[in-house]
Design a protein around this ligand. Sequence first.
Ligand code: PYC
Length: 315
Amino acid sequence: MSSLRRIKVVDSHTGGEPTRTVISGGPDLGSDSLVIRRDRFRQEFDHLRSAITNEPRGSDALVGALLCEPLDSTCATGVIFFNNVSYLGMCGHGTIGIVATLAYLDRIKPGKHRIETPVGVVEALLEPNGEVTVANVPSYRLASGVTVEVEGHGPVTGDVAWGGNWFFLVNDHGQDVSLENLESLTSFTWRIREALNRSGVTGEGGALIDHIELFVPSTIDGVDSKNFVLCPGKAYDRSPCGTGTSAKLACLFADGKIRDGEVWRQESLIGSIFEGTVRVSDNVVHPSIKGSAFITAETDLILDDKDPFCMGIRT
Ligand code: PYC
């Protein structure tokens, strides 16, 4: 007899990037802060992260979202985001995905909803037409003009910025940012990540920089820029990346290229678009990201303890 565990999930995609929201059957992480609960997830239940996101049930691009009881009672929910290799501080496309999911489940109505994450509370405005605007955590540029020596390429210069995760943002790279060039974009940005590691370039407090972004001008009318975003587990973000666009807005503000109240339209590698807006108070950038998510499945994941790949294929 095998023992079956059922995990109830709702899948969605935001600009092509998938989110799997865990509704029930996930790990019991207790009721400490979300930072402590995320650490407990990593230390004691990492096999469930892998079971939910990795093949054969998931894919490298999938971001998981574990709904949790918030500590802050003004929040509609708490959430811990995770992916094929690790855990995220925040996730912009994922927040839009969980808001669409909660609306689909009839747990929330259009209006403003606060959501607790391990890196702070964000606020999501759900419009009656399903569009979601996420007021993200304050974002900032930590370092500008950082040069690293990239294997097989030479020096690459970029900025280190926080948008809820750590990013290295590169404007000057000479790459063709198109889906046809996916393999070399992945290889190039992975080598940038390795070069940052080798050179000891980190985020605040020695944090690993695990997202790399390349930018080119967009060819779509009214859209400011197109990006390629390498995620921590080597997949590329199909969406323009909410936290990555937030990091970009922080860099644009630091360079005097965007002002309070201005809008920045960011296109992804596959042509989906987020609308970013900057709000500045006391010289601190508060970015907002607007996009839409669509529900793609509502199902039970089944974990059969007799299945040799029950906990997913770890790469
Ligand atoms: O939208 O912030 C985001 C995100 C992070 C990783 C994948 N998407």
